[in-house]
Structures are given as C-alpha cells and as structure tokens.
Design a protein around this ligand. Structure first.
Ligand SMILES: [Zn+2]
Ligand SMILES: [Zn+2]
Length: 420
C-alpha cells in the first residue's frame, strides 16, 4: 500500500506552553486555529512543509490523552499515515494478521476517515491510518457553443443523499471508492441546471432546489445555500427575470424546487417572465403522490404555477423549442425524461437522474430511488451505447466534479473525458 506521512501527534501537558516552544521558539507557522477533535481533546496543528505536527492536550481527566500522559508522560503519541483507500488498507493488514484497534474506518476530523493500528503491531508506536476527505463539490459556471446555441452549466449549490440509495443494489465497498460517504453515509452531489441560449430566448433545463426547504430538510440533505442559482446566473450577467422557458426533466424537489419562491407569504413563480413547459403525465403523477414518492414530490414546488397560469402542457416526446427535444426514459419516475439539445450536427444530452453522476456509467448501477429500475437499466444501456457511438456531450446534473463530458470506452472500461 502507498502511505504518506500526514502528521505526528505529540501529547502535551499544556498546549500554551508547548506552543511557546514549537511555534514561538522553533518558529513553525501557525495558521490553523485549535481543533477540538472530541469533547475531551484539544488539538493544534503546526505546518512543517510536508507533514504536520499535532499538539494534543487533554481537556478532561477521562480523555485518552490524559491516560497516556499518566502512563507514559508527554511525548510522541501517534503517527498518522495517509492512504488512498482505507478499507483496502485495513483488509490488507488483516490478511497479514496485523493487530488493529479499528477493523472498520471511522469518521475523523473534517470529513476524513481514520482507523488505528495497535501499538503492539507497530513496535510501540500508535499508528493512525487516514483517508483524506473528498474535495468539495465543484461549483463552477462554464459555457460552450453548440452550433448556433450557447450552453451554460449552472449550479444551485451542493447537497448530499444517502450513498446506499444512490447506488441501489451495488455493495458499498464498490461505490464508496468512487463516491466517498460521510459519517452519515451521505455522498456529495451537485445540482446543475442547464441554460440554453438561442435566438428564440433563454431556457433553463431544471432549476435546482430553491430556497423553500425547512431547516430540518436542509440539515438532512446538507443543503448549503452559500452560493446558489442566483449567483450562478449572475456570473453570466443574468437574473431569474431573464429566463423565458423552464423545462423540468421531472418534478422532484432537487430538480424543480427552484420553480417557485415565497414572496411575502405567497408562493409565486420564481422566474417572473417564464413559461413552464411540463409533461402532462408527470404533472399527474406529481400531484397524486403515493407513499413511495411523496417525500420527493413537494406540492409547493409546482401547484402554485397552475394557479398563476404560467404552465404550458405537452404530451409525449416532443420538440419543445427549435433544437430542444425531450424523450421519456421512465425508470426513475414513470415519466422521467431526458433533454437533447441539437445544433450544427452536434448533440448534447441532459440526462438528469438517468445517469446522475459519472460514477453511474455501468448499466446496473441504478439508483435505489428509482420506481422502475429495470426500465432505467434498459434505457440507459441503449442510451450510453448511443452516446459513445455518436459522441454526445453528456451533461451530468448531480456529479460533484464533472458538469459535462464525453463518455468513451478505454480498455473495456467506460470513462468520461471532462469538457466542463
Ligand atoms: Zn429525481
Ligand atoms: Zn435527482
């Protein structure tokens, strides 16, 4: 296994006195504030170039650091080695009968995963293995030209969903290498509505989650609204008043929650000038939810649009505007559709929850959320073949890093060449 020294932990009696030596006398840079790992330990990291020093002070008599100080006195407490795949590292050590304190990874500071090897196995040194947290969701706004159309991948901030639900029947050891889970088993996701600009106007395909979510749901889905769709639109010089058409792939809250907004107690269309172009059968399903899909269809997201008279209905696979057509995939919801944008002989496909992230390229990697998973798989099998053969630019609405790219086959494996 490849392991890199991350930091060296030193147990100290008093943090301020230790800092007087390590920081002030040695002159090590200190940029980081104290870091409370648990309620009973205060830690302070000092940068030393490659690896760091971590000074550890007990803040309670029953702290493991207090116990260590009583038994051994101050000094070297542990070393931490960073590995790429902690679960694989633990399996490798177990196979060699190395005595472990943690047989399973557990959550460490700042979204990392950690596990300890027993000091008796490491010749008297407590060794911590650490898997670094995944990089934050990439919230970028980027455009490209497709024939006579301009496409911009926007975003409506990050969120998280249960990793098990996102990968259906795929076992966690397989998916977590591609999509690391946090301490609540949630994986990082983005919401990336697509802006299509043409001579007929500006269209949004999906419009994110919006800002109506109650605090409890914000917490469950880890909704961080620091930057959202309004900021993304502003980056290309637009506001929600500049949108002429909103086309949802389906009416789930993470795709269409942004359609309405609360203004002075009333629910109103969020895009003041827009027509909302909605597949009639999806509207029927959304307004008649059952126990299995009720948590995803939030009536406040779409019912007020009908009263405001801003909905244009359509039935079946249709051309919505010149260069923009939809095709029903079913599977995820009964009427889930994907959007093809075509101009100048080129095709981009906004695939929504058919292939939510680049970790879902294999045919059977279908979400547990899907109402009709076999239908998803059949459509996906055909679609991905076609996307590879005809070089579709595929837009991944939920991928935490990749907004758009080309799916290719290399050495029998599917990969994505990132474009946006
Ligand atoms: Zn959905
Ligand atoms: Zn979704």
């Amino acid at each position: 296994m490849k392991a890199v020294l991350d930091h060296v932990g030193i147990a100290v009696e008093r943090l301020d006195e230790a800092l007087a030596f390590y920081r002030d006398a040695l002159g090590l840079e200190v940029e980081r504030p104290d870091d409370v790992i648990t309620q009973r330990v205060r830690a302070h990291m000092l940068d030393t170039g490659g690896a760091a020093l971590e000074l550890l002070e007990a803040t309670a008599a029953d702290s493991p650091i207090a116990g260590f100080l009583t038994r051994r006195g101050p000094g070297l407490h542990h070393i931490t080695l960073r590995v790429e795949d902690l679960r694989a590292a633990l399996a490798q050590l177990s196979a060699r009968n190395v005595r472990l304190i943690d047989r399973e990874p557990r959550p460490g500071a700042h979204g990392s995963l950690v596990a300890f090897i027993h000091p008796s196995a490491a010749h008297g040194v407590l060794v911590e293995l650490k898997q670094a947290p995944p990089p934050p969701v990439r919230l970028s706004v980027a455009s490209l030209t497709l024939g006579s159309l301009r496409l911009t991948a926007l975003h409506d901030g990050p969120f998280r969903l249960d990793g098990g639900a996102m990968f259906g029947v795929v076992p966690k050891p397989l998916w977590e290498r591609l999509a690391p889970a946090d301490d609540r088993n949630r994986i990082q996701l983005a919401m990336r509505p697509l802006l299509v600009e043409a001579d007929w106007g500006r269209m949004l395909v999906d419009c994110g989650v919006g800002d109506k979510m109650p605090d409890k749901a914000r917490e469950i889905y880890a909704l961080d609204r620091t930057t959202h769709l309004d900021h993304a639109l502003a980056e290309v010089g637009l506001t929600s008043d500049d949108i002429d058409v909103v086309l949802p792939t389906h009416l789930h809250f993470d795709h269409f929650g942004g359609a309405t907004a609360r203004r002075g107690g009333a629910l109103v269309p969020r895009f003041s000038r827009a027509r909302y172009v909605i597949r009639r059968a999806e509207w029927q399903d959304a307004t008649h939810p059952h126990a299995r899909n009720r948590a995803s269809y939030l009536q406040d997201d779409f019912v007020p649009l009908e009263g405001a008279g801003v909905v244009d209905w359509f039935d079946g696979d249709s051309v919505i505007r010149p260069g923009v057509r939809v095709e029903r995939t079913g599977g995820h919801t009964g009427q889930h559709q994907i959007v093809y944008v075509e101009s100048g002989g080129k095709t981009a496909a906004f695939v929504a929850d058919l292939v939510p992230t680049t970790a879902h390229l294999q045919d059977p990697w279908v979400m547990g959320y899907d109402l009709f998973p076999m239908e998803t798989m059949a459509f996906k099998q055909r679609f991905i073949r076609e996307a590879i053969d005809r070089e579709y630019l595929v837009i991944f609405e939920h991928d935490p890093q990749v907004a758009a790219g080309y799916i290719r086959e290399r050495d029998g494996r599917r990969v994505v060449d990132q474009v946006l």
